[in-house]
Design a binder for this molecule. Structure first.
Ligand code: BGC
Ligand code: CA
Length: 353
């Protein structure tokens, strides 16, 4: 008896399954399943001029990718310069259900806690702008990096300085056949600081520009710190400085602030070069205060991050993305001078809308 009931129940179950399958496969009425991307975006410090603008670009790119078959929710966190805070934010966002994370590390040499959390919960990470060391990137295959090649930006900054020095004999103000220069450097340990400096200086030397290094100052990417470092250097070297190479635009602008604070006349000013092409940097090129900058393609990097995040979650389109070593995406830099700055300004005005 018991056997018989079991058999009937089994038959009924089978019938039910067959019916639902038949019903579901009448595709006309089946709503398409939507892909849902829950992206957590974490920034090392949103007061950083370049990063502040880049986060805005990422937000826009995610918005642009949304469509009828794709829902995207983006949550932004600012770690305000603390790796501990960032580790907690990663945990919080994973607990809240994020299925992909975009992380701008505070300490690029210390991502282990974040990587462990991500791997345990199977939430892939796209690191950006602050590149983890290669061994950390190898810890799990759910780790990616989007950024740019620091060496290229240094070379381009050096080339722009070479062009200007060769075409304008007033840069060598004391006419000693050498260019007296100082460097303003970003955060020690950041992949973009030392590599940019070395390559800019080597490019000048390779192009037979005789150099005399007067001094350097570490200003951690920051405009106010650059101003105070520059005030010290002017104090030491008075009007001798002919060239200021800064690892980013904010520090070049800080150096210019120091000169205007001291009311130094235009004929005693050095020439300044930056990197980034931030809004303020581009304006300074347009005003002929900054001789050149190297465009750090935040729009391109943001587009790559958003596209990759969607491909990872939806498991579609990964094959359309070109990686270096299977997990890196590097966007090219480009030179900006007075000759082409209006095109870049146009681009940023368009993006602002
Ligand atoms: C940018 C800097 C920025 C830094 C932060 C660099 O690539 O050029 O402006 O402060 O990244 O990580
Ligand atoms: Ca000189």
């Amino acid at each position: 008896m018991k056997k018989r009931i079991m058999k009937n129940m089994w038959m009924a179950g089978l019938l039910f399954c067959m019916c639902t399958q038949l019903f579901c496969s009448c595709g006309r009425y089946r709503p398409a399943a939507k892909d849902k991307v829950y992206a957590g975006v974490i920034c090392y410090n949103q007061n950083d001029t370049f990063l502040g603008q880049m986060i805005e670009c990422i937000r826009k790119q995610f918005e642009r990718l949304e469509n009828d078959a794709l829902d995207i929710t983006m949550t932004i966190r600012d770690s305000a310069g603390s790796q501990r805070t960032q580790d907690d934010q990663v945990k919080e966002l994973i607990d809240a259900g994020c299925n992909v994370l975009c992380v701008n590390l505070v300490d690029r040499t210390d991502p282990s806690e974040i990587i462990d959390l991500a791997r345990e919960n199977n939430v892939p990470i796209i690191f950006f702008n602050r590149e983890p060391v290669a061994e950390d990137m190898m810890q799990w295959d759910g780790l990616y990096y989007v950024g740019a090649d620091a060496k290229q930006s240094g070379i381009m900054q050096g080339e722009m300085a070479v062009d200007l020095i060769k075409s304008n004999n007033r840069i060598d103000r004391n006419k000693d056949g050498k260019i007296q220069y100082v460097v303003l450097e970003g955060e020690p340990g950041h992949q973009d600081a030392i590599i940019r400096t070395e390559n800019a200086v080597d490019t000048l030397k390779d192009n037979k520009i005789k150099l005399e290094k007067l001094s350097y100052g570490i200003a951690n990417w920051n405009r106010a710190q650059a101003q105070s470092r520059m005030l010290q250097m002017i104090g030491q070297h008075q009007n001798k400085i002919e060239l200021v190479l800064a690892n980013n635009d904010d520090m070049a602008l800080g150096a210019m602030d120091a000169y205007s604070k001291l009311n130094i006349t235009r004929e005693n000013l050095p020439v300044f070069f930056g990197i980034d092409g931030t809004d303020v940097g581009l304006e300074a090129v347009l005003e002929k205060e900054l001789s050149g900058t190297v465009y750090n393609d935040k729009e391109g990097q943001a587009a790559a991050i958003a596209k990759l995040a969607v491909a990872i979650v939806s498991k579609k389109g990964m094959e359309d993305i070109t990686f270096k070593n299977g997990k890196y995406i590097y966007l090219p830099y480009s030179k900006v001078t007075i000759d082409n700055v209006s095109a870049y300004l146009g681009e940023y005005k368009k993006n602002k809308k």
